[in-house]
Design a protein around this ligand. Structure first.
Ligand SMILES: Cc1ncc(C[n+]2csc(CCOP(=O)(O)OP(=O)(O)O)c2C)c(N)n1
Ligand code: SF4
Ligand SMILES: [Mg+2]
Length: 227
């Protein structure tokens, strides 16, 4: 559990998208009056740096195991709002099996996937979301395959009432609208997942405006909106 120390310095790199997603989440929970009921489970990856970021109950899980952990928490504490916070690698590589089955079983949890198209914490390796042609430290000549489209994949197995969507960290208004809808979907007893296209200037090796342009370019492949 966190120490509610809002004075803790941010552990994220300057220009990272993770804190934008977290602030959107914190504000939306506050607005909905759900900060005390909310429980945030963190995957391993740069997500784990969120441990003292928000004044809500937060704990670390294992890499790729945030969705089954939150499924278990929800079964034990049905009045809680269970939020799984993960990177694209945690969600769609090591955690894909458990995430897909959580969606298929329509588990009433909300999964927040921060998609920066790389394994950021471990130094920028190719992830399931890496674009075709994108150069990474493990694909210096460019990734040869198309990326996994997470919400679209979940849609193939999820209940029609599940809320699945994609937004980006440079559209806070939409991010907050989608977070609210995802939490309301959990309250109605259904699965929800939002993918956030997010900045990683450290591994993209971009500066200022270049980072924004990189994110805008991602939107050509990863379509924004309700899936
Ligand atoms: C079982 C296991 N395998 C591998 C690792 C090493 N590891 C830590 S974080 C990570 C990738 C994280 O990438 P992503 O989920 O996209 O999160 P990001 O850091 O990009 O936000 C890996 C492979 C680990 N900690 N545990
Ligand atoms: S490595 Fe990338 S995702 Fe991780 S904290 Fe730094 S900018 Fe954020
Ligand atoms: Mg990532």
């Amino acid at each position: 559990m966190n120490d509610n120390n809002q004075n803790s310095p941010s552990k994220f790199c300057a220009g990272c998208g993770h804190p934008i997603v977290l602030l959107a989440l914190g504000k939306t929970l506050e607005e909905m009056g759900l900060s005390k009921q909310a429980v945030l489970g963190l995957d391993i990856g740069c997500s784990l740096l969120a441990i003292n970021f928000l004044p809500i109950n937060t704990f670390h899980t294992h890499h790729g195991r945030v969705s089954p952990t939150m499924v278990g928490f929800k079964k034990a504490r049905q009045d809680s709002i269970c939020l799984g916070y993960t990177g694209d690698g945690g969600a769609y590589a090591i955690g894909l099996q458990s995430l897909l089955h959580s969606a298929k079983r329509d588990e009433p949890i909300t999964v927040l996937v921060v998609n920066n198209t790389v394994y950021a914490m471990t130094g920028g390796q190719t992830a399931p979301t890496t674009l075709k042609g994108q150069k990474t430290i493990t694909d210096p000549d460019g990734c040869k395959n198309a990326p996994i489209l997470g919400p679209e994949l979940m849609r193939q197995v999820a209940d029609p009432k599940a809320f699945l969507a994609r937004t980006a960290v440079n559209d806070i208004k939409q991010a907050r609208e989608f977070i609210k809808k995802a939490i309301e979907t959990q309250q109605a007893g259904h699965f929800s997942l939002i993918e956030f296209l997010s900045f990683c200037p450290t591994n993209w090796r971009t500066k200022g405006q270049e980072t924004l342009e990189y994110l805008e370019n991602l939107k050509k492949v990863f379509k924004i909106g309700v899936i």
